[in-house]
Design a protein around this ligand. Structure first.
Ligand SMILES: [Mg+2]
Length: 191
């Protein structure tokens, strides 16, 4: 089968590092006192920043953050196992040119450095259903509800990877870790 996989907060823990680095940026560059409201849903609210500050911070730091984000536990082992079992692995990322010099290179360098096997990498995507359709994706995994919804609309099976902001989402099958992803595939598709 063909498995479509998101990158940020599905393979690597990007959001965690964004908050850590924003806290540092606020203290060191902006002379602030770091994160203002840890529970805020909106990033700018969390930091107590003006709207345009977020863009400036991303331009300055997002490349570093995505390069250094920690890989999620089990991601490399499970993806490679799935690949070795004959499945096609398609990485489908929303990463944009807007904040990154070369989102494609940044992504494949990360995957290669962490020893993750893949067949294709897409970056700069729109809503992701085009890449899923063109590549005959059977199962798509992402932490963002809107991407899951767009892909599910095409009749493709989706898994929502739990992140800090999607706990209330009930529409999709949810997974909290890579072990659960493997178990889902094993039970539904290998049986
Ligand atoms: Mg994501």
């Amino acid at each position: 089968m063909v498995i479509g996989i998101d990158m940020d907060d599905t393979i690597c823990s990007t959001n965690e590092l964004i908050i850590k680095e924003a806290d540092r940026y606020d203290r060191e560059v902006l002379g602030g006192s770091g994160v203002k409201d840890e529970t805020a849903y909106e990033f700018t609210e969390m930091m107590g920043w003006q709207k345009d500050m977020k863009g400036k911070f991303f331009k300055d730091r997002l490349e570093y953050i995505m390069d250094h984000a920690e890989i999620k536990e089990g991601a490399q082992e499970i993806i490679n196992k799935l690949h070795d079992e004959g499945n096609k692995i398609i990485i489908i990322s929303f990463r944009k040119d807007k904040y990154l010099k070369d989102p494609y290179k940044l992504t494949v360098d990360y995957l290669d450095r962490h020893g993750i096997k893949y067949d294709k990498v897409f970056v700069n995507t729109g809503t992701k259903e085009d890449e899923c359709k063109e590549n005959n994706v059977t199962l798509f995994i992402d932490d963002k509800e809107s991407h899951c919804a767009d892909v599910a609309n095409e009749g493709i099976d989706v898994l929502l990877f739990t992140n800090a902001y999607n706990h209330d989402e009930k529409k999709f099958n949810r997974v909290d870790n890579w072990e659960q992803i493997y178990k889902y595939i094993e039970e539904k598709y290998y049986g």
